[in-house]
Write a protein that binds this ligand. Sequence first.
Ligand code: NAD
Length: 256
Amino acid sequence: MTFSGQTVVVTGAAKGLGRAVAEAFYREGAGVALLDVDSAGRQVAEGFGSRGLFIQCDVSSGPAVEAAFADIQRWFGNVAILVNNAGIQAYGKVNDTTEAEWDRVLAVNLKSAFLCARQAIPSMLARGQGVVINVASAQSFMSQANVAAYTTSKTALLGLTRSIAVDYAPKVRCLAVCPSTIDTPMLHWAIEQSPEPTAVLRECEQMHPLGRIGQPEEVAELILFLCSDKASFMTGQPIRIDGGLGITIAGSKREK
Ligand SMILES: NC(=O)c1ccc[n+]([C@@H]2O[C@H](COP(=O)([O-])OP(=O)(O)OC[C@H]3O[C@@H](n4cnc5c(N)ncnc54)[C@H](O)[C@@H]3O)[C@@H](O)[C@H]2O)c1
């Protein structure tokens, strides 16, 4: 049990990738605080017994995050690991993204990581060490049409990752995890926006050299590794987990 006795905070843990990450840390012995706006996270936390704590929290709100970390401190003590995973997808070019949509995407996908890190890092320093993981995206490096605010937020997360890594080394390590297409409710919501969701899903599979999309558990395994002492010399880097998507030339077809 690699994380026995450690407290892990996972944002956006009610479903999808965050839920898989919370479950993986629980299996490895950690106490896990699950933060989410969706109350479905309560049931996930209940499955962890005394090692689970659900806090219904909008992580883009400074006061809500401050209150959540005060509860975590009371329940578990100091935080060892923070996984900034909460995120929302939004579509639009610059000219059809409203100011409110832009602010919302940047607040949930980027500001939340700053707000949570600001609460967690003093706790990590007090216990002597810690790890912050920011869940970024393949879209931190590449873009597609119609995702101006999302791709901006995910690219900026890499800057925040480097800043935390430099400012708090050697006690705190900080890494970004950059997935391509992962099988979560967010993906299914995104493909449902198309009139032909099944065709879009097949296209997503085909554009990956590995011939499929990723599973949340595969990303969770990477995060466990990065948070463990096995990755003790890694900090400040974005780590791609993308089935080879980022090494292909756009439009190139895979041979069957
Ligand atoms: N699924 C993918 O293909 C994919 C690819 C690259 C990156 N990502 C990133 O991975 C992360 C997880 O994505 P997912 O696919 O599991 O998404 P998801 O929509 O399936 O789950 C996201 C969770 O975050 C929660 N959340 C949203 N806004 C919140 C807020 N303001 N405060 C607290 N919780 C909030 C949601 O309620 C939900 O439980 C996101 O940051 C996303 O951008 C996903």
